[in-house]
Design a protein around this ligand. Structure first.
Ligand SMILES: Nc1ncnc2c1ncn2[C@@H]1O[C@H](COP(=O)(O)OP(=O)(O)OP(=O)(O)O)[C@@H](O)[C@H]1O
Length: 253
């Protein structure tokens, strides 16, 4: 396994006075593909945002590549939850992808033809070339998600964070996205993904991080993703449908 490239120590976060993340500690190694699993409201999105300095930490420290976030941020990519994005922003798919290159272009400079070409190729890779000039608000949810993945690809980061990239997408989009995640991993990239579908965890992720306000456990999927640990994480809000991998989770909401 690769070297440790993310170290999270004693991380806590709150909204006003309510603590939603409590004393989270873990380390992530280069080249791992980790699913972040836990019920609604477990703090999965907050964990990503706090790690990425988008939400303030109450306590704790986060180090990427043995550096503070600010020094490492060009090497880090983030695909936010689709619902958290203002899709009415007037811009087309190609421009959204080109934004992924701004770390390289510089914010005040205009993208040139080579940048646009790179962005177009990433859209092509996600099967979205025909939609390059379509307003982002006029794409379906799954198409928007593909555009976001294309943006992450052009960024060519070393470490990606994705917040539910598979939520609400069809089977073909899910396959396309998972192929990209596996390709990123094959290229030595590291990926952490908030994920909801317990049925696919074992197929998709080599590591899992089980979270419910605190970190319940973290490690290799085959060791950690057990009935007992899942039950502990979901606090009884789940029902086994049968042996092995068939189970349903009841939302806490
Ligand atoms: N902006 C906010 N202001 C106040 N409370 C918030 C805010 N965002 C999240 N919360 C609360 O923090 C807790 C954790 O939310 P978070 O979105 O991190 O959970 P999650 O595990 O990603 O949930 P889901 O699976 O439903 O997306 C929840 O109780 C939520 O209501």
């Amino acid at each position: 396994m690769g070297e440790i490239i993310l170290q999270v120590d004693n991380l806590s976060a709150s909204y006003r006075k309510t603590t939603v993340l409590n004393n989270v500690n873990f380390k992530i190694r280069k080249g791992s593909l980790t699913g972040i699993i836990g019920p609604n409201g477990a703090g999965k999105s907050t964990l990503l945002k706090t790690i990425l300095n988008l939400h303030p930490a109450l306590t704790g420290s986060v180090r990427f590549f043995n550096q503070p976030f600010q020094q490492a941020k060009k090497r880090i990519g983030y695909v936010p939850q689709r619902g958290s994005v203002d899709w009415d922003f007037p811009t087309d798919a190609l421009d959204v992808v080109t934004m992924g290159l701004y770390g390289k272009i510089g914010w005040l400079k205009r993208p040139n033809r080579k940048h646009k070409q790179l962005a177009y190729e990433a859209l092509e890779k996600m099967g979205m070339a025909d939609y390059a000039n379509r307003q982002i608000s006029q794409l379906s949810g799954g198409q928007q998600q593909r555009v976001f993945l294309a943006r992450a690809l052009v960024q060519d980061a070393d470490f990606y964070f994705m917040d539910e990239p598979l939520a609400g997408v069809d089977a073909a989009t899910e396959r396309a996205i998972m192929n990209i995640l596996k390709e990123l991993k094959a290229n030595g990239k590291t990926v952490m993904v908030v994920h909801h579908d317990l049925q696919t965890v074992e197929d998709y992720f080599d590591h899992v991080l089980l979270l419910n306000k605190t970190l319940l456990c973290h490690g290799r999927t085959e060791e950690i993703f057990t009935k007992e640990n899942i039950a502990k994480t979901y606090g009884g809000n789940m029902r086994w449908m049968g042996e092995n991998r068939e189970y349903a989770v009841h939302s806490v909401e």
